[in-house]
Write a protein that binds this ligand. Structure first.
Ligand code: ZN
Length: 227
């Protein structure tokens, strides 16, 4: 496993760069509405183009440590997502050029303040307050990956109950097309991470919830929401 994010902290102190492989800590580029079952569960429409947003480096937190969620802005929802670590720059790249730039695979939570997000959507405002706050992206270490269009399935249990189950074969915009699309707007740099959307099963997290996250056949993480 690549321990890229092992030394992050969530208190606003300077972020440590790098790990064994020497990646800096970059940004997270995320896609919304990339699994049809989740689009339907929130009553949203499918977009013609991927709906992109970003989280800054201060959003990263280590998934192995207790997850801190804000309590002052309403419900904070789990969104479990496959997270691809970028190892080479991608700038206006074609899909077939993107595979060699993927260097690792992990799992991340795109923590979302759902009530605040709904307010922001209604007002036509950007989502950052609801999705890009400090600690909004708890993320695993990365396993090295030679990406060859393999599919990956993953799941989230909360307090022993299965809440989310996803498989990358159900992505509306598949991984390489997504990276290509992102790279038309935002250059992806080594150390950046791409979150690929969440399947259905989003819901509120509460203090002391026990969290079990599984990338089937690869790794499992047991953690909890901080008190
Ligand atoms: Zn998400």
């Amino acid at each position: 496993m690549i321990n890229t994010y092992q030394h992050l902290n969530m208190q606003g102190q300077p972020l440590q760069t790098v790990d064994a492989q020497g990646y800096p800590v970059g940004k997270a580029v995320c896609v919304g509405r990339n699994y049809l079952d989740h689009v339907h569960e929130l009553g949203n429409q499918v977009n013609d183009n991927p709906l992109l947003f970003m989280k800054p480096s201060t959003a990263f937190a280590h998934l192995h440590q207790p997850i801190t969620i804000p309590t002052e802005w309403g419900e904070c929802h789990n969104e479990l997502e496959l997270a691809f670590l970028i190892g080479k720059p991608l700038y206006k790249s074609r899909p077939e050029q993107c595979a060699p730039a993927i260097s690792g695979l992990g799992l991340a939570l795109d923590l979302t303040l759902r009530e605040l997000q709904n307010q922001l959507k209604t007002q036509g405002h950007p989502w950052e307050r609801a999705k890009a706050f400090d600690g909004s992206c708890p993320i695993s270490s990365f396993m090295p990956l030679d990406y060859q269009n393999q599919t990956f399935s993953f799941s989230l249990k909360v307090n022993g109950q299965l809440r989310q189950q996803g498989d990358s074969k159900h992505m509306l915009t598949p991984v390489l097309e997504l990276l290509s699309h992102i790279s038309q707007c935002f250059t992806l740099m080594p150390g950046d991470v791409v979150l690929t959307g969440t399947p259905k099963g989003v819901g509120p997290l509460k203090a002391n919830d026990m969290i079990d996250i599984d990338l089937h056949g690869h790794f499992n993480i047991k953690t909890r929401v901080a008190a």
